[in-house]
Design a protein. Structure first.
Ligand code: ATP
Ligand code: MG
Length: 183
């Protein structure tokens, strides 16, 4: 259903520039071992709810759903790295999902479903994609978890954003088209 008549969108948590820089440093370290395609620093994010390709008129309904979300800000810390062999994605994840993140994601997801958007049934697995087409064999076993840094890398989450994704010559291009502050 992708095409000129649709808009590809998702909700995400976006790191501040200092966090993005630390995340990218970890990505470069992983890239040295696993190869693949390094995500650009200004594109690093954690997807909160993937909507996919929708009619542009439906974006207004996404905004209404997001307006209704009431959730407090929280600290986010990514404390493990891994590589999914089935899709060759090297990522940062977290051992434990903070309650506040769970609350935000489930509140947003419930409101989106109420508005008729079909979301993934899979359990939420917050992560930041660092590499595509990574050679996961560089990590010894499937989904091996490693400590990516001496300190967890994260940021203070104060808002969430709606992002439009479009295809460009050098991969997906992202444009923030909405931002909602947390309490
Ligand atoms: P590309 O697909 O061009 O390699 P991309 O995956 O970053 O780039 P999108 O496919 O638009 O761009 O995805 C936007 C975000 O949503 C990414 O973080 C991606 O991992 C996530 N995403 C994509 N498809 C799904 C899906 N089916 N379920 C959950 N998250 C998804
Ligand atoms: Mg994709």
């Amino acid at each position: 259903m992708a095409g000129a008549a649709t808009t590809r969108v998702f909700f995400a948590l976006w790191p501040d520039t200092a966090a993005a820089s630390r995340l990218h440093a970890l990505a470069r370290q992983l890239h040295a071992r696993l190869g693949g395609r390094l995500m650009r620093e200004d594109t690093l994010h954690a997807t909160l709810a993937f909507i996919g390709d929708i009619a542009p008129e439906r974006v207004a309904d996404l905004r209404v759903a997001a307006d209704a979300v009431q959730a407090p800000g929280f600290e986010l810390a990514f404390d493990e790295s891994g590589c999914w062999r089935h899709n060759h994605i090297a990522y940062l994840g977290m051992r434990r999902i903070p309650q506040a993140l769970h609350g935000l994601q489930s509140d947003l997801a419930a409101r989106l479903r109420e508005a008729g958007f079909r979301l993934e049934a899979r359990p939420f697995s917050p992560h930041i994609t660092l590499l595509r087409k990574a050679e996961c064999a560089g990590m010894s076993k499937e989904k091996e978890k490693e400590n990516p840094a001496t300190e967890p890398v994260g940021w203070s989450v104060r808002d969430f954003v709606l992002v439009k994704s479009s295809i460009s010559a050098n991969g997906s291009r992202y444009e923030q088209i909405g931002r909602w502050p947390l309490l």
